[in-house]
Structure formats: structure tokens, C-alpha cells
Write a protein that binds this ligand. Structure first.
Ligand code: NAD
Ligand code: AHE
Ligand code: ZN
Length: 375
């Protein structure tokens, strides 16, 4: 079938809107009509050429919501008409990782997914007779896409697509990093570096978990107002700090008798490896946990003095907020529909597919929190 898609033909070049061909679902696959998709910084990361797994030409996009319009042989967990969110972290419930209960990183299809292919090692998309790669197993920058059934979460039908799509990455990643990965407790102190589409969701997750002190750090001054809207208690712009940022933050978090300082939990939501080090070193001696959410480009490495870890700080990472997609995503949709978490104010721009490159421009200029393409 013909579908409308924003195709990434080359790293660093704008997406091109084209009519591409999509084959129907094979066994254990579903055809989705995508109704809305967010633009995440990770799409920009891959489009920029910094992603070591980046492949071109590809149809990017991994933060979508839509409807099942066809199913392949053997599909049992969803049916035509179901509303779903595509999952870049699937949940097969059978692989050693799923069965371990220690991680959400299902390994059932990760190999082919990283090669831009479906589990049978072929692509369903083509343009001019040549294959076009899938992206993160989702390719939501097309109005129709094909996914394995283990990579879709069925959600309630009254959730609006243009809001629910954000749960496909940003909301779940940010809130999940707090509740699943860090397991933040009531009264904790915390620092969030980078107050964009992910960091603001970390902030609302911290508010939900009952953190006392929620410090936001961002080089964009307009993010102060944004952070405060979701529960941030203090804002720090590194450009306005004289001297060492880590020392400043450690001082700000001093409380109680020992006056050591450092936050119980810190989160990197920038993808900048210098910031990742600052986040670790601004966590509390003896027990501070620093959670890396940001994704850094090929060749980038993190470093610190081993002393930082010897003295009890813990470096952790999280993908998709540690969420098991088919199990947890429908619950997060419920949280949104029940008013436990907010989404609407963070969706600052709605765009037609034809204007998708404007969504990337708005991200670069710091004007948007989330742009959502509505088909
Ligand atoms: P974004 O562009 O919306 O936000 C990034 C924010 O970081 C901006 O507010 C920017 O001003 C701020 N920033 C940049 N440099 C900074 C610095 N030196 N100090 C302080 N703040 C700084 O991006 P996003 O969509 O929120 O994504 C954030 C990161 O998380 C990206 O690296 C993205 O790839 C990654 N990500 C990871 C996961 C995961 O599962 N681990 C999921 C989604 C996104
Ligand atoms: N391809 C990149 C890795 C990118 C990455 O870490 N992606 C996150 C999700 S970001 C969503 O916006 C993720 O899920 N990681 C786990 C995984 O299996 O990819 C690289 O650096 O190679
Ligand atoms: Zn994302």
C-alpha cells in the first residue's frame, strides 16, 4: 500500500515527505494507522548522524499512537480497531531478560531492530523499489507502519492520540526513571539536568514520588518557568553560576547535621557527557544515585575519579524508564486520564506531517517542549 512518510535519506539533511510503499503484516505482526507522533531528541540524535546505529534511508519516529488496522497470522494479543502505542522496547514475556524480572530490555527482536529490519530480517518499507529502513522498530513518521505484536501496548480508547503518543517515549522515560529505576522515596532531594521533553517528566515523576527538593538545571533560562509548573523547587542556570557548578549544587543541597551536601538522586536528561559527570559528582557521598537518561553520540565516553564511586555514589542508566511496555504503558495512560500526571501543557506545538522539519527547528531553538505531528 501507499503511505505518507517523512523519509530521512541522509544524515544532517531535512526529512523529505514522500509516498512510500508498505507491505502488509506477516505472521505475528500488525499493521497500524499512526494518528499522532511526538518528535523526541533521540530522533534528532539519529538524524544528525551521531547515532552509531543510525541507518539511511530510514523512516524515523518512535513516539506514536494509533489504531490496529490489520493483523498477520498468529496474532492473538490485539485485534483490528484496538488503540495502541508502539513500543521501541518490546515485551515478549518469554526471553531471558523478560523472565529475569531484573530489566525491561527485552531481547526477543533487538538484533534485527538495531539493523532497521523486521524480525525476519527484511523491511516492510520501500521507495522507488529499494528498501527503506525501519527505526527503533517503530517508524512513526509514517501514517501507516508495521510492528511485531510484542511491540504494541493496547490502551484505552478514550485517550486522545495527540497526547497519548508522548507516553510512547518521553512521559514513560521521565516518570519511569524516577519510579522504576531510581525508586525515589518521599522526602528525597534531587537534581534534574536538562528540562526538556524528558527532564520535565522526571520533575513531575519526582513530585509524584514526594521528593522534597527538586532542583532543575538548564542553560535555557525559559526552562525555569517550565520546571516550576511541574514541581521544581529551585532553578540553576549554569551560565549564571560563578565558579564550579558541582560545588554550588552540593552547597545548595546541604541539610541536616552532617552538612555534607549532594542530592539523594540526580538525573541527566541532556545527553552531554560533561553534564553526566557533574550529575554523578553532585550526588550525595555514601548513597547518591545518578541516573543517565540522555543518549550520547558515537565516540563519547563518561569519566570520573573512581573515588566518586568508592565513596558510595552509584551510576545507573535507564532506557524507556525501566518500563515493561505492554504491562506498564496502559497504566501510565490511566494515570494521565485520571489526572495523576500532566501531558497537555508539555505539548507545545501540533504540526501536520508536511511541517515536521519545523518540529526539529523548534527543538533546536529551545522554543518547544514537545512537537507532535498529527496525521
Ligand atoms: P530536549 O532537547 O527536549 O531537552 C534537552 C534539554 O537539555 C534542553 O532544555 C536544553 O536546554 C538542556 N541542556 C542542553 N545542554 C545542557 C547543559 N550543558 N546543561 C544543562 N542543560 C542543558 O531533549 P529531550 O527530548 O528531553 O531528550 C533529552 C535526552 O534524553 C536526549 O539525549 C535524548 O536522546 C534522551 N532520551 C533518552 C531516553 C532513554 O530511554 N534513555 C528516552 C528519550 C530520550
Ligand atoms: N542507538 C544508540 C542508542 C540509543 C539509545 O540508547 N536508545 C534508548 C532509547 S532513547 C529513546 O528516545 C534505548 O532504548 N536504549 C536501549 C537499546 O536497546 O537501544 C547507540 O548509542 O547506539
Ligand atoms: Zn525518545
Amino acid at each position: 500500500m501507499d503511505v505518507r512518510a517523512a523519509v530521512a535519506f541522509e544524515a544532517g539533511k531535512p526529512l523529505q515527505i514522500e509516498t512510500v510503499q508498505l507491505e502488509g503484516p506477516k505472521a505475528f505482526e500488525v499493521l497500524l494507522e499512526i494518528k499522532a507522533t511526538g518528535i523526541c531528541h533521540t530522533d534528532e540524535f539519529t538524524l544528525s548522524g551521531a547515532d552509531p546505529e543510525g541507518l539511511f534511508p530510514a523512516i524515523l519516529g518512535h513516539e506514536g499512537a494509533g489504531i490496529v488496522v490489520d493483523i498477520g497470522p498468529g496474532v492473538t494479543s490485539v485485534k483490528k480497531g484496538d488503540h495502541v502505542i508502539p513500543l521501541y522496547t518490546p515485551e515478549c514475556r518469554q526471553c531471558p531478560s523478560c523472565l529475569s524480572r531484573k530489566t525491561n530490555l527485552c531481547t526477543a527482536i533487538r538484533g534485527t531492530q538495531g539493523k532497521g529490519l523486521m524480525p525476519d530480517s527484511t523491511s516492510r518499507f520501500s521507495f522507488g523499489g529499494k528498501p527503506v529502513f525501519h527505526y527503533m522498530g517503530c517508524s512513526t513518521f509514517a501514517n501507516f507502519t508495521v510492528l511485531p505484536e510484542i511491540a504494541v501496548a493496547k490502551i484505552r480508547e478514550d485517550a486522545p492520540f495527540e497526547k497519548a503518543c508522548y507516553i510512547g517515549c518521553g512521559v514513560t522515560t521521565g516518570v519511569g526513571a524516577v519510579v522504576n529505576t531510581a525508586k525515589v522515596e518521599i522526602g528525597a532531594t534531587s537534581i534534574v539536568f536538562g528540562l526538556g521533553g524528558i527532564g520535565l517528566n522526571v520533575i513531575q515523576g519526582l513530585r509524584l514520588a514526594g521528593a522534597d527538593m527538586i532542583i532543575g538545571v538548564d542553560i535555557n533560562p525559559s526552562r525555569k518557568e517550565w520546571g516550576e509548573r511541574f514541581g521544581m523547587t529551585h532553578f540553576v542556570n549554569p551560565k549564571e553560576v560563578e565558579g564550579d557548578l558541582v560545588a554550588y549544587l552540593v552547597n545548595l543541597t546541604k541539610r541536616g547535621a552532617d552538612q555534607i551536601g549532594g542530592a539523594d538522586y540526580t538525573f541527566d536528561c541532556t545527553g552531554n557527557t560533561t553534564v553526566m559527570r557533574q550529575a554523578l559528582e553532585a550526588s550525595h557521598r555514601g548513597w547518591g544515585q545518578s541516573i543517565i537518561i540522555g543518549v550520547a553520540g558515537a565516540g563519547k565516553e563518561i569519566s570520573t575519579r573512581p573515588f566518586q564511586l568508592v565513596t558510595g555514589r552509584v551510576w545507573k542508566g535507564t532506557a524507556f524508564g525501566g518500563a515493561r511496555g505492554r504491562t506498564d504503558v496502559p497504566k501510565i495512560v490511566d494515570w494521565y486520564m485520571e489526572g495523576k500526571i500532566e501531558i497537555d501543557p508539555m505539548i507545545t506545538h501540533l504540526l501536520p506531517l508536511e511541517d515536521i522539519n519545523r518540529g526539529f527547528d523548534l527543538m533546536h531553538s529551545g522554543e518547544s517542549i514537545r512537537s507532535v505531528v498529527v496525521y
